[in-house]
Design a protein. Structure first.
Length: 134
């Protein structure tokens, strides 16, 4: 991603959201909490969204996910905790043979980190920056 892409944050964020919006039945997005899921739903993401802060360990969550999904998109926050979780889930899911993507998270972090720090704030960011969301 080029530095000039920062000038078009809302359009690029919309592109990322569209790319994850209608995943297949064997694909899912993982987020940290329920507010993150609500934010993505408000933007229009209809794909399966799995909340990982549910009292289970990374290993337990990963095993459950690996039994059900062939591809996982990790969408944790871009703070320190979110980065740690992304790394842990990436490694664990890879060991279990799941196709795991961090690219969308990396792009969102690059585009949004000067404005917001988490997925929970994404809807408000999109609404105020683009003016296209209700």
């Amino acid at each position: 991603m080029k530095e000039s892409d920062c000038l078009k944050e809302p359009e690029n964020v919309e592109r990322i959201m569209e790319s994850i919006s209608n995943l297949g039945p064997e694909e899912a997005i993982i987020v940290e909490g329920e507010k993150d899921r609500k934010s993505l739903r408000s933007i229009g993401v209809s794909s399966t969204i799995y909340v990982i802060n549910n009292g289970k360990s990374v290993v337990e969550n990963s095993e459950k996910l690996a039994k059900r999904y062939k591809k996982i998109i990790i969408m944790t926050d871009w703070d320190r905790k979110g980065g740690q979780l992304a790394h842990e889930f990436y490694e664990q899911l890879k060991l279990l043979g799941v196709d795991v993507s961090l690219e969308e998270r990396k792009e969102l972090s690059f585009l949004c980190k000067k404005y917001i720090k988490d997925i929970e704030s994404l809807y408000e960011f999109m609404r105020t920056k683009s003016g296209r969301l209700g």
